[in-house]
Ligand binder design. Structure first.
Ligand SMILES: *Cc1c(COP(=O)(O)O)cnc(C)c1O
Length: 461
């Protein structure tokens, strides 16, 4: 069909819903470096992870199978909102006057309003199946805590969430939503854990970070055999669960006869980006298409573009195994920007490996440019995006405007990974002109990163 006649909304029927997750590990041209035990410097084994995760998820973390079947009990819950719609952003294209065609896969239709339930649901399912009674976790913007609380409610699990202090104060309605789904929430750092008390002793007014909240949630889970920990991003199994986004998008683009030239996605820990990109990478490796794939990160937390590729802890207190990733240093505390979901010091080892091997590109964007794109998107497409995907939208707009200059009819695909209905305080700040890009200037940021990188763990062996 001619591109001008592409329908605005491209829907996949339930019977065409993908029934397996894609495991990119199987197809990687070179294997990623192993995860190391912090004490011994040796690769971790399944037994090292068993205090925190159920065996089904540990096996998925290291699986070499190309596909993993999605359990029927998980598909049943997915069907509450999946398959999600793919939209062509025709009204945004018109406003930009671009010959580019922009498509967005909308994950805001989920119970939490973001892509996070795609992994929260299977994680809760496998934990319940293993006889676990309670899950602990961290949350940045509150999206992951909401998703996990919802997922736990599906399988009769308790859910306890440590929410980064900055967003706990900025986004009080996230707490209400988590509690409505049956979870409990604490601001982090809290005085409930050794990790939290350590940080509060150093800085009683700490605004927190994802790394600190992870330390608190891990500590609580490690101390109780009936309690496990769930991570909302970064890990291989999380990115694998998110591939339902890319698999559906592939089918939907095929329905309208399109192949993308460019994929853009926002990256906090890398899960919505990986979930969108991995099935397209598989196609690129198979030679069926050749899209450029670009990660977009916040300028104030630029792990890919300004971090270093090294072994580091996943949390601030140094309780997790060591992962080789692009990192700003585990005790780097980013500016309290509104895109709380992108405030993580590290990057998924899979995304880091693909970036280091030249399979992916990365750019960093300041939040004022992102909110400008978010507002334009809201006014044209009618969806108010979460602050995180406005980073991807800013990059899509940038590319679409470049196409206007060059006359190229590029096909751009992005994941609109969440709506921003609980982020209105951030929009309010932007609309009133109160939004600052950084509290640090570029030099101060580089100095803070350099200082944090000096405290990277020394890896023996
Ligand atoms: C959590 C979150 C992110 C960041 O996490 P990724 O793992 O990088 O996807 C981005 N957008 C939204 C809406 C989120 O909830």
């Amino acid at each position: 069909m001619p591109p001008s006649q592409t329908p605005h909304k491209i829907l996949l029927s339930e019977s065409d819903q993908p029934t397996r997750w894609y495991n990119v590990l199987h197809d990687l041209p070179t294997p990623p470096p192993p995860v190391l035990h912090p004490g011994t410097g040796q690769p971790v084994g399944p037994e090292d992870l068993a205090p925190l995760f159920p065996m089904d998820l540990i096996l998925q973390e290291v699986s070499g199978e190309q596909y993993v079947e999605i359990p029927g009990e998980v598909l049943d819950v997915y069907r509450l909102w999946r398959p999600s719609p793919l939209f062509r952003a025709t009204r945004l294209e018109q406003a930009l006057g671009t010959p580019a065609r922009i498509y967005y896969k909308y994950e805001g239709v989920s119970p939490a309003g973001s892509h996070k339930p795609n992994t929260a649901v299977p994680q809760a399912y496998y934990n319940a199946k293993a006889g676990i009674k309670k899950l602990t976790t961290e949350t940045g913007a509150g999206q992951w805590g909401t998703a996990l609380a919802f997922a736990c409610a599906q399988y009769d699990l308790e859910c306890e969430v440590w929410q980064v202090r900055a967003s706990y104060d900025q986004k009080p309605y996230r707490k209400t939503m988590i509690e409505t789904f049956g979870g409990t929430v604490h601001p982090s750092p809290s005085d409930l854990t050794n990790a939290g008390r350590t940080i509060l002793a150093q800085d009683p007014h700490s605004t927190g970070s994802l790394g600190i909240a992870i330390s608190e949630a891990v500590e609580m889970a490690a101390g109780d055999p009936g309690t496990n920990y769930a991570l909302g991003s970064v890990l291989n199994h999380v990115l694998m669960h998110q591939t339902v986004i890319g698999e559906e998008a592939l089918l939907q683009l095929a329905m309208v006869g399109e192949t993308p030239d460019l994929l853009v996605g926002c990256t906090g820990g890398g899960s919505n980006f990986g979930g969108l990109a991995f099935p397209f990478l598989r196609e690129r490796w198979a030679g069926t298409m050749s899209p450029t794939i670009r990660a977009v990160e916040p300028a104030s937390c630029p792990s890919l573009t300004q971090g270093t590729y090294a072994y580091d802890f996943g949390d601030t207190l140094g309780m997790t195994p060591l992962m080789k990733m692009h990192t700003l240093g585990h005790d780097f505390v980013p500016d309290p920007i509104h895109a709380g979901g992108l405030r993580y010091h590290g990057m998924s080892p899979l995304i880091s490996h693909l970036y280091a091997t030249g399979e992916l590109e990365a750019v960093a964007k300041k939040q004022s440019e992102c909110f400008a794109a978010g507002v334009l998107f809201a006014r044209t497409e009618g969806i108010l995006p979460a602050p995180e995907p406005t980073h991807a939208l800013a990059a899509a707009v940038e590319e679409a405007l470049a196409c206007k200059e060059s006359g190229e009819e590029k096909v751009i695909l992005t994941a609109l990974c969440g709506h921003g209905h609980l982020d209105l305080a951030a929009y309010d700040a932007y609309l009133r002109g109160d939004l600052v890009d950084h509290t640090w200037d570029d030099v101060e940021l580089q100095q803070a990163v350099a200082a944090a990188l000096e405290r990277l763990p020394v890896v023996s062996g």
